[in-house]
Design a protein around this ligand. Structure first.
Ligand code: GDP
Ligand code: ZN
Length: 302
């Protein structure tokens, strides 16, 4: 069809409402509106645009979809095609391990690889902190943990190497240094946010626009200032256990094949937690998240 011939493939760099800043394969930037209400692109989406009409005509299939919970706890998609989400913790403020475990499980539930960034290591002095000992456990079960300081630059080369060639996002509690890390990794981040906010009609110095930044070493870092809570949705309570990535290893020894590792007799996960092989805090966080998922499922039918 002739109408299709002038469509170009593009990617969403930033968006607000129905207006999106997209970039075509050859680097041309356009501001486009969606052609239909049913089209709901998010940052990172690949799509077909009609450059003449400045319209988004179609979304291409997504490799992954990253959502956060809105104020009512409903999942709101904010980025497509992410390869890696890094949960950021820091020497201070004190890390909330429940949030760490919840984030790691949520990211696994979205089918995206998760890793951990431990920032502000310039503040460390001498003996290992409790958090450092806890992070050693996460390293041991297979997560990449990057010890960095956005201030001194320590560890940033290893982090850059992990980000190269992939689309990544930093999440974590306020104050851990996500903006500082973005600025250390993407030298012109602030200017770009202002630029994209201006073209997408959000105005300057906005704090809500989700933006995709090219990294000097290849790959991209997504900036989403609004990510506060990650949605753990579409997970049946019995599936929460597989999102705690080391649990399946233990669970093969549970007496009951449908064990959810809560109160069942002969549960190998409970036994591993009792022996300290799984940290008590992580097992407690699992039970807390399982309880929340059971409650959410019950509310669906009430
Ligand atoms: P965000 O809320 O996660 O985006 O955190 P910010 O990037 O705004 O940083 C919060 C505070 O931590 C600021 O006062 C930063 O200057 C400070 N900060 C960030 N990174 C580091 C670091 O590597 N070392 C130290 N000592 N402070 C840092
Ligand atoms: Zn069990």
């Amino acid at each position: 069809m002739t109408a299709d011939r002038k469509l170009l493939e593009a990617r969403v760099l930033a968006g607000h409402g129905r207006r999106f800043v997209v970039e075509t394969g050859d680097g041309m930037r356009l501001t486009c509106l969606t052609a239909a209400r049913s089209l709901q692109p998010v940052c990172g989406d690949r799509l077909r645009v009609d450059p003449g009409a400045a319209l988004i005509r179609a979304l291409l299939p997504r490799r992954s979809l990253f959502s956060k919970a809105d104020a009512r706890g409903k999942a709101r998609p904010i980025a497509a095609n992410l390869d890696l989400v890094l949960v950021t913790v820091a020497v201070e403020p004190e890390a909330q391990l429940f949030l760490l475990d919840k984030y790691l499980a949520s990211i696994a539930g979205m089918g995206i690889e998760a890793g951990i960034v431990y920032n502000k290591t310039d503040l460390l002095a001498g003996a290992a902190t409790p958090l450092q000992r806890q992070l050693a456990y996460y390293r041991g079960i297979g997560y990449s943990v990057f010890d960095v300081s956005s201030r001194s630059g320590a560890g940033l080369d290893a982090l850059k190497a992990a980000l190269a060639g992939r689309m990544s996002l930093l999440v974590g509690q306020s104050g851990v240094g996500k903006s500082s890390l973005l600025n250390a990794l993407v030298p012109d981040a602030r200017r770009r946010i202002d630029e994209l906010s201006a073209i997408s009609g959000e105005g300057k110095h906005t704090t809500t626009v989700t933006t995709l930044h090219a990294l000097p070493g290849g790959g991209e870092l997504l900036d989403s200032p609004g990510v506060r809570d990650l949605a753990l949705t579409a997970v049946a309570p019995r599936d929460v256990a597989r999102l705690f990535i080391e649990f399946p290893r233990h669970a093969s020894d549970c007496r009951f094949p449908d064990c959810v590792h809560a109160q069942e007799p002969g549960c190998a996960v409970q036994a591993a937690a009792a022996r300290g092989e799984i940290p008590a805090s992580r097992y407690a966080n699992y039970l807390k998240l399982l309880g929340a998922m059971k409650k959410a499922e019950k509310q669906k039918y009430d």
